[in-house]
Design a protein around this ligand. Structure first.
Ligand SMILES: Cc1cc2nc3c(=O)[nH]c(=O)nc-3n(C[C@H](O)[C@H](O)[C@H](O)COP(=O)(O)OP(=O)(O)OC[C@H]3O[C@@H](n4cnc5c(N)ncnc54)[C@H](O)[C@@H]3O)c2cc1C
Ligand SMILES: NC(=O)c1ccc[n+]([C@@H]2O[C@H](COP(=O)([O-])OP(=O)(O)OC[C@H]3O[C@@H](n4cnc5c(N)ncnc54)[C@H](OP(=O)(O)O)[C@@H]3O)[C@@H](O)[C@H]2O)c1
Length: 277
C-alpha cells in the first residue's frame, strides 16, 4: 500500500473504501478518441525505472483479486508522476472498466518495471528510430522526453502510424510540447524528427511505416541516408504483425536484434498480445 495515500474515511452516506494493494491515485485523465485515453497517477517515492520500460497496472476484479495488464510507462524516468496511454477495448476485462477512472480514484501498480525498449539494449549509434503503431507510441512518449536520448544520438526519428488522424493527436501534442519544455526543450532542439502517417484517412503523410521504409520515402522526405548498421539504431513497438514485418525490414538493412543482456542495433516489444480488437 502507498503510505502517501491515506485511507478514505467513512461517513454516514459513504462507507470506507477498501484499500487496494500497491495503490496509486489518479491525478489526470484525458480522452483522445472513443478508443484512446491517457492518464496520470501518483508515483511511489521508491519507484526507479528506465525510460521505455513497462509495469503491471490494473484494478480490483469482481472476484476480489487484482486484474492486471502490462502497460508501458509513457512518462520519462525523471517525472514526479507516472503517465499511461491506453486503448479502450469495449469487452476488455480491464479497459472496459479502466476507461471510466476519474481524478482521485485509485489504481493498482506493481512496482517492478521491466522491458527491452531501453537505451542499454542498443550499441552506440548516430541516429535512433522509434517505430510505432497505435498505443505502441507509449514507450516512445517516455523516451522522447528522456535526456539520455538526445545525449546519445545526433538525430531521433519518431515514426508513428495510425488508421486515422485523430489517433495521432496524443503523440502530436506531446512532440509539440517538447519545444517549450523547460527541462529538455533545449536538449531536444532540432534533433527530433517527427514523421506521423495515416493509412485510412487523408493526411499530409500517408502509408504504413513498413512501406515508407522499403520505398525509401521517409529517407527522402527527411533528407536522411538509407538505414545502415553503422549509424542507425531502432526500437519497435506495435502489433505482432507490425513487429514481425518491421524486424524483417531492419534485418534487410543489415541491423541485428539486441537485448538487455546483448546490446545490438535494434530492439522490439509487443504493444499488446493478440490480433487487435
Ligand atoms: C509489454 C506490453 C506493454 C503494453 N503496453 C500497453 C500500453 O502502454 N497501452 C495499452 O493500451 N496497452 C498496452 N498493452 C496491452 C495491455 O496489456 C492490455 O492488453 C490492454 O490494456 C487491454 O486490456 P483488457 O483486459 O481490456 O483486454 P485484453 O483481454 O488484454 O485484450 C483484448 C483484446 O484487445 C486487443 N488489445 C489489447 N491491447 C491493445 C492495444 N493497446 N491496442 C490494440 N488492441 C489491443 C488484444 O489483442 C485482445 O484481442 C501492453 C501489452 C504488453 C504485452
Ligand atoms: N483504428 C480504428 O479506428 C478502429 C476502430 C474500431 C475497431 N478497430 C479494430 O481494432 C484493431 C486494432 O486496430 P488499430 O488501428 O489499433 O491497430 P492496427 O490494425 O494494428 O493498425 C494500426 C496501424 O498500423 C498499420 N499496420 C497494421 N499492420 C501492419 C503491419 N503488419 N505492418 C505495418 N503497418 C501495419 C495499420 O495500417 P492499415 O490501415 O494499412 O492496416 C494502421 O495504420 C483492428 O482489428 C480493428 O479492426 C480499429
Amino acid at each position: 500500500m502507498n503510505a502517501s495515500v491515506p485511507p478514505s474515511p467513512a461517513t454516514p452516506d459513504r462507507p470506507a473504501k477498501p484499500h487496494l494493494p500497491d495503490a496509486q491515485t489518479v491525478t489526470q485523465v484525458t480522452h483522445w478518441t472513443d478508443r484512446l485515453f491517457s492518464f496520470r497517477v501518483s508515483r511511489p517515492a521508491s519507484l526507479r525505472f528506465r525510460s521505455g520500460e513497462f509495469v503491471m497496472i490494473g484494478l480490483m476484479g469482481d472476484n476480489g483479486k487484482p486484474l492486471l495488464r502490462a502497460y508501458s510507462i509513457a512518462s520519462p524516468a525523471w517525472d514526479e508522476e507516472l503517465e499511461f496511454y491506453s486503448i479502450k477495448v469495449p469487452e476488455g476485462p480491464l479497459t472496459s472498466k479502466l476507461q471510466h477512472i476519474k481524478v482521485g480514484d485509485e489504481i493498482i501498480m506493481r512496482p517492478k518495471p521491466v522491458g527491452t525498449l531501453v537505451h542499454d539494449a542498443l550499441l552506440p549509434g548516430k541516429r535512433i528510430w522509434f517505430l510505432a503503431t497505435g498505443t505502441g507510441l507509449a514507450p516512445f512518449a517516455s523516451l522522447m522526453r528522456e535526456p539520455e536520448t538526445y545525449e546519445k544520438y545526433e538525430q531521433v526519428i519518431m515514426m508513428h502510424t495510425c488508421r486515422t488522424v485523430d489517433e495521432l493527436e496524443y503523440g502530436r501534442q506531446l512532440v509539440e510540447s517538447l519545444k517549450d519544455d523547460p527541462l529538455i526543450g533545449e536538449l531536444v532542439g532540432d534533433k527530433l524528427l517527427y514523421y506521423p502517417t495515416c493509412t485510412r484517412e487523408e493526411f499530409h503523410h500517408m502509408g504504413r511505416v513498413t512501406d515508407n521504409l522499403t520505398s525509401g520515402k521517409v529517407f527522402e522526405d527527411l533528407g536522411l541516408p538509407k538505414m545502415n548498421p553503422e549509424e542507425d539504431r531502432a526500437m519497435v513497438c506495435g502489433s505482432l504483425a507490425f513487429n514481425v514485418d518491421v524486424k524483417a525490414i531492419l534485418e534487410g538493412f543489415g541491423l541485428e536484434e539486441g537485448a538487455n543482456s546483448d546490446p545490438k542495433q535494434f530492439v522490439v516489444e509487443k504493444a499488446f498480445v493478440g490480433e487487435g480488437i
